[in-house]
Structure formats: structure tokens, C-alpha cells
Design a protein around this ligand. Structure first.
Ligand code: GTS
Length: 231
């Protein structure tokens, strides 16, 4: 099946809207979750131009106070921001596979490891991008602190070693099955790749794992939201 990422009002099945920047690492997390949950036909995407600062304009801040992407808009007009919250919402709709866990133990572990992938990798790289590189450009990056950015880059590199060690002993970030925690780590590695931030020596397991994850249809087809669906 294929899904046009341009916003089509003609698609009557599309009851949810996702505001995002298609190539962005955080938007990628929700795109991957949508595909893993086989929900492509139920969402429309609307592009918000980060480089033009559209996410910081008053009309967007009404949707998400934090001024970040992605944001999910439900048919009743409710806005849900934060990748974790959006993924939890999509996961709760119905259907397999579960991305956030079914048992209390699974839920706890997946949430912890996803948060850790944010703190130790994805969010750290994001801070590096916004503070120690030109980021989204001078009109958007109105405050930068390069020292802080470089510290967070080093944190992310340490995080890569941590996740390399985790993946040496289990196939997925939170254990034996693919979950939201893997999606978060994939988001971090997408960001690292965009910034040409290479994994340090000794992270071969992490790199091999990322290469495998890029073969998943949900990851590979995240820009077009098309192609075969994982079962
Ligand atoms: N905690 C948020 C989440 O998990 O959704 C962070 C979202 C986030 O930082 N999104 C990026 C953003 O809006 C999108 S992208 O960089 O991945 O494309 N950045 C713009 C900014 O000005 O921070």
C-alpha cells in the first residue's frame, strides 16, 4: 500500500493528523510507530517547516506549548505532543504488536529504556545540534551555549557505548522484542547520522544493530510511509 504524505482532505479514513517535519529524528519515532501499528491509513501528515521557525509561531504554540514536533491531533481536536505520549496513545488504540509492553514489568522496562535512550542519546544529540552547530539557523536559534552542546555530544558518545553493551546481551533495547525503546534509540542514531556524528570505536554491535533496524519496513519507508508492513 502507499500513503501520500501530502495532506489530502479526500482521504475520509484519515481521522488523525500529525504535524511534523518528515526528515526529523523525533518525527521519525512517531512515523515508525504508526507503521509498526499498521495505522498508515488513519493518519494525515502536515509539514511544519522547522528551518522557517513555523514551530515557534503563536498559531503552532496553541497546539504544542513546547514548540516542538511531532504533534498528533485527534478527530475531536485534542492535541497530543511528546513522542512517548503519542506512541502510548497509538499503542493503546488496539492491535499487535505492542510497542509499550503488556505486563507491568514490560511496561516499566520499556519506559525506562526509552527514557534512557532520550536522556543519554537522542536528547543529548539534539542539544548538541541546537547549541554547538548552526542548528536551525540564526533566526530560530536565538540562544546558543556551545559548551553545553559539546558536553551533551560527549554524553551521547558515552550513551552509544552503553547501548552497545546492552545490545551485546539482548536483541532489543528493552529485552527480547522490538518496542518503543528501540524506536527511541533509532531516533538517536538517525540524528547522529544526520550530523555525521560517528559512533566511537568499540560500538560495532550498536552499528550492526542499527543496520538491521534500517531494514525494517517501518524504518526504511518512514519518509513515504509506504511499502510492506511488518507483521
Ligand atoms: N521531547 C520532545 C518529543 O519527544 O516529542 C522533543 C521533540 C523535538 O525536539 N522535536 C524536534 C523539534 O521540534 C523535531 S526534529 O528536530 O527531530 O525534526 N526541534 C525544533 C526545536 O526548535 O527544538
Amino acid at each position: 500500500m502507499s500513503f501520500d504524505i501530502s495532506n489530502s482532505d479526500a482521504d475520509t479514513q484519515a481521522v488523525m493528523k500529525i504535524y511534523d517535519w518528515p526528515a526529523g529524528p523525533y518525527p521519525a519515532r512517531v512515523r515508525i510507530a504508526v507503521a509498526e501499528k499498521h495505522l498508515q491509513a488513519r493518519v494525515q501528515f502536515q509539514t511544519i517547516n522547522l528551518f522557517k521557525g513555523e514551530h515557534k509561531r503563536p498559531e503552532f504554540l496553541i497546539k504544542n506549548y513546547s514548540g516542538t514536533l511531532p504533534v498528533l491531533e485527534l478527530a475531536d481536536g485534542t492535541f497530543i505532543a511528546e513522542c512517548t505520549a503519542i506512541t502510548e496513545y497509538l499503542d493503546a488504540l488496539d492491535g499487535a504488536p505492542s510497542l509499550t509492553g503488556t505486563t507491568p514489568r514490560e511496561k516499566g522496562l520499556i519506559h525506562m529504556m526509552s527514557k534512557r535512550a532520550e536522556l543519554e542519546l537522542l536528547d543529548a544529540i539534539s542539544v548538541y545540534f541546537h547549541h554547538a552547530t548552526p542548528g536551525l539557523g540564526p533566526d530560530v536559534e536565538i540562544y546558543q551555549n556551545a559548551d553545553w552542546g559539546l558536553r551533551q555530544r560527549d554524553r551521547a558518545l558515552r550513551g552509544m557505548h552503553y547501548f552497545d553493551a546492552i545490545l551485546r546481551r539482548q536483541p532489543f533495547v528493552a529485552g527480547e522484542t522490538f518496542s518503543m525503546a528501540d524506536i527511541t534509540l533509532i531516533g538517536g542514531l538517525i540524528f547522529a547520522e544526520l550530523l555525521k556524528l560517528e559512533a566511537p570505536q568499540g560500538c560495532g554491535t550498536l552499528q550492526a544493530w542499527y543496520a538491521r533496524m534500517q531494514e525494517r519496513a517501518s524504518v526504511k519507508n518512514r519518509l513515504t510511509m509506504s511499502g510492506p508492513i511488518e507483521t
